[in-house]
Design a protein around this ligand. Sequence first.
Ligand code: SF4
Length: 310
Amino acid sequence: MRFFTSFFYGIHPSKCYGYIVNIDPLLPPGKCALNCPYCPLPIREVVGKGYGVRVNIDHFKSVLERHGDVLAEVKRIRIWGFGDPFLVENLGELLMVLREYMRSHGIDGSLILHSSGLALHRTVETNTAELIDEVGVAFPWCIGEYPLHGFGGLINLLQSFPEKDKLIIEVLAYRRNSEIYPDPLMLQELSSCIKKTGVNRIRVKTLSRPPFNEELKPVSRRVLNDIVRRLEEDGFDVSMCNMDLPPLRSIKISGLLEVIYNHILRLPLSTRDILQVYGENGLIAVKNIVDKQKAVTRVWENTLFYRGIL
Ligand code: SF4
């Protein structure tokens, strides 16, 4: 059996959003203007903000039709996957197709994009801000080990985004050995950098599955609480990603094996995640994928995870 990569990669149990449908218009290989150490994907190609890929809209429409039942049931849709979706040249057309699909099928849901922030100018050029409900921007550290090429440009892009209340800055805290990112000094710098963007909403989270660099580990709830408190003291509207979800009631998914393969290709899933979202059949499917050598198992933070391989 051949395993194909698809735009659709299942339903994700997100600690920030709850259950969310995943759509990746970029497909492998990973392409992003950043290469965040905590990214779940191997972003081998760090691309400039002028880079672009085109999506075949007919193919995209056929994927929506195939997985329409899932979209209608879960309603919340996240556009993310192998990199920054704002690198899609015809993103405006794609979003219009998706909105029209939702409208014509009575899906009253939300459209969320994850972005590096560095290609946000495309939204202005293509007038697509009105089609999006939220853009989560992975915010780099202002000091420390993180490369900050184009950081001034990122601040300008965030400042000039036409519908600023749709932006939310994501601060991902993690631990490497005994070092915590962000430490108090970094957090202070980070806060003043975010202030310059004019964005008021911040989401604080930590790792809940292995990033590509598996040395990185989650921070404790106490550290997250401290970060939230300090950012709130600086006047931001801060939320923490800490949702604990009940098992998803059974949703019929067409091509379960392919969907789970595509899911773990982007985001590693634990046994618990798979049971929660896809049930017992999901577990049988993922073991089958491992047997076919299209996924590997990893133990991270004392938990078994499945990660897909190309
Ligand atoms: S911005 Fe997002 S997709 Fe890009 S490297 Fe960072 S986490 Fe990964």
